[in-house]
Write a protein that binds this ligand. Structure first.
Ligand code: ARG
Length: 287
């Protein structure tokens, strides 16, 4: 899959217009350590984080996407990682319920943003970290577990989607993460198109590796070097893949398949353990 794109398509081409929610890193810093990337004794440059974040938002808008923003809250330095704030699929919002107490107020903050705008929201009963661990690939929802999001949350989401979309509900597929550096699914797997993914196999348990190989035999397999710079924390609109410039081999693999890598530096946000995807929550369907 993923080949055979029509030559000469315009910049939007096969790509769809997307609707994203982002949170400016006004209060960004590394004040605690809840993943192996974070070192509270290492200095952070909030102004640089803001500039990198603004550039990321500008790139999305230049690509034709809509970007909304949520107001950051003081005392919540990780709120910039909007992907963790919720999962929005088929117009319903499944709220985040964070594992670590330091991030727990972010769940209600993001849910309130959606409530205020008239979205149908569901308050999660089980620990889940939104799109950080739950990625949508067409009518398949890939749901990570192992470090943050629980299997019970996968079940809760499955029930919610069935109640929302009945027989058309997407299938929820659980994937087990095993390497603490890849603590969220979106650090180890990128959805490129509805039917095509890229992932770093070693981040997953043997059973999950077998499951992914079976479902996605043509997936892009990303090597250790590109994974270790969070190359997979990327955002695809079906054509353009917004990603760290450091994942050079992955960018070549994408070009070989007809995608257009769009490098955006997120080095400052990497100190908290995130990249472009972490900063980007997709709202589906785009209104
Ligand atoms: N410091 C944050 C945490 O450990 C980073 C979250 C990154 N977000 C993501 N979608 N992977 O929770």
């Amino acid at each position: 899959m993923g080949r055979g794109r029509v030559d000469g398509e315009g910049p939007m081409g096969a790509a769809g217009r997307r609707h994203y929610l982002m949170c400016p890193p006004t209060f960004y810093t590394v004040a605690y350590e809840i993943n192996p990337w974070m070192h509270a004794d290492q200095a952070t440059d909030t102004a640089l984080a803001v500039r990198q974040w603004q550039r990321l938002r500008e790139v999305y808008r230049d690509l034709g996407h809509t970007v909304e923003t949520i107001d950051p809250l003081p005392g919540l330095p990780d709120m910039v990682y909007a992907a963790n704030g919720a999962l929005v699929v088929d117009g319903v919002v499944y709220s985040a319920k964070f594992r670590h107490p330091q991030r727990q107020p972010e769940g209600p903050a993001y849910q309130a943003w959606f409530d205020d705008r008239g979205y149908r929201t569901h308050t999660a009963q089980h620990v889940n970290e939104g799109e950080g661990d739950i990625l949508v690939a067409g009518r398949t929802v890939l749901a990570g577990t192992g470090f943050r999001t629980t299997r019970a949350a996968h079940d809760e989401l499955r029930a919610l989607l069935t109640a929302t979309s009945g027989a058309d509900a997407p299938e929820v597929v659980g994937l087990e993460l095993v390497d603490p550096r890849y603590y969220h699914l979106d650090t180890a797997l990128t959805v490129l198109r509805d039917d095509e993914i890229a992932y770093h196999p070693d981040a997953f348990s043997p059973a999950t590796q077998a499951l992914l190989a079976d479902r996605y035999p043509d997936a892009v397999e990303v090597g250790a070097d590109d994974a270790a710079v969070l190359g997979l924390n990327a955002v695809s609109d079906g054509q353009h893949v917004v990603m760290t410039p450091a994942a050079t081999r992955f960018a070549d693999q994408l070009r070989e398949r007809g995608y257009t890598p769009v490098p955006v530096a997120t080095s400052e946000l990497l100190k908290g353990g995130g990249g472009a995807k972490c900063c980007t929550l997709e709202i589906r369907p785009a209104p």
